[in-house]
Design a protein. Structure first.
Length: 291
């Protein structure tokens, strides 16, 4: 499963870099930097693929359905975002909103044109995976409005479209947020109500926490990848935890302290709060507080 792990590692490293870059608007230099970052990751994947190949069909399907598309989607995203920003009217809020809304219409048309495979993507279907995400799965299939010429040794009939679905959904959300900001009002205020909530502790503590959540299967019934969970926490708390594999290796190498130092500290402090609560809540009132 070497390619699967490499794709997850590269995605976790590249994503925060791209998110940081895309906050700088109308910057050709930043746009070029973003392309270089993603292209470098894709080259690493391709080189490793040529060396090792896939362990089995399951790994091949994962790679072309999720591993590669998530990274390639970032390249599509920054390219499309730059094009939208570069063509944005300089003056007139109404004109800018109209421009953004036209981009949403374009994205919606693309989804409709590829409705069959888009629904397959949205539903998380798997019954056609061996045809869509293996290189010997077949040629042109019903339901595909767009299939570009691609390297047959490093692509399948559907991995490019899945990349575009991921990129366009991310782009769609970005455009909607920008429209809300342009229009202002109560909805805009609500969306930004938590923008100042940030993780101010050590990044390694966040990594330790996410591993704990992942290993105990507390999210989506345990049916979520480690990289997805890292991405969620990173975005929610505005903290860079890229390179979490290396950070976890540092945790494993701890010698003079508990390897799960942060989780242990949490356990101790929660226990203390429980004990302190027991100390002052009157005995006849404890049932009201769930004790």
């Amino acid at each position: 499963m070497k390619l699967q792990k490499l794709s997850e590692k590269l995605y976790a490293e590249v994503l925060p870099q791209i998110e940081e870059i895309t906050t700088v608007q109308h910057s050709l230099e930043k746009f070029r930097d973003g392309l270089a970052i993603v292209q470098k990751a894709l080259v690493q994947l391709k080189v490793e693929h040529s060396k090792t190949g896939f362990a089995d069909e399951a790994e091949e399907i994962y790679f072309f359905k999720k591993g590669k598309p998530r990274i390639y989607a970032l390249l599509i995203f920054i390219t499309e975002l730059y094009a939208i920003e570069n063509s944005m009217p300089l003056l007139g809020k109404d004109k800018q909103i109209c421009h953004l809304e036209s981009q949403l219409q374009f994205i919606n048309r693309f989804f409709r044109q590829n409705e069959f495979i888009y629904q397959y993507y949205r539903l998380g279907a798997t019954d056609l995976d061996d045809r869509y995400f293996t290189r010997n799965g077949g040629g042109q299939l019903v339901g595909f409005a767009e299939v570009p010429d691609v390297d047959p040794s490093f692509s399948t009939v559907a991995d490019y479209l899945f990349s575009k679905f991921i990129a366009y959904e991310k782009l769609q959300e970005s455009i909607k947020q920008e429209i809300v900001m342009q229009k202002g009002g109560e909805e805009g205020m609500h969306k930004n109500a938590f923008k100042d909530i940030k993780w101010t502790g050590e990044a390694v503590n966040m990594v330790e926490l996410v591993y704990g959540v992942y290993e105990t299967g507390q999210v989506n019934g345990g049916k979520i990848s480690l990289s997805e969970l890292m991405e969620f926490f990173s975005h929610a708390f505005q903290v860079n935890i890229s390179g979490y594999f290396k950070r976890f290796a540092d945790i494993k190498r701890r010698k003079s302290m508990s390897k799960t130092r942060y989780l242990d500290e949490m356990q101790q402090l929660v226990s203390k709060r429980i004990e302190d609560s027991d100390a002052w809540i009157p005995e006849d009132q404890r049932s009201r507080y769930g004790f």
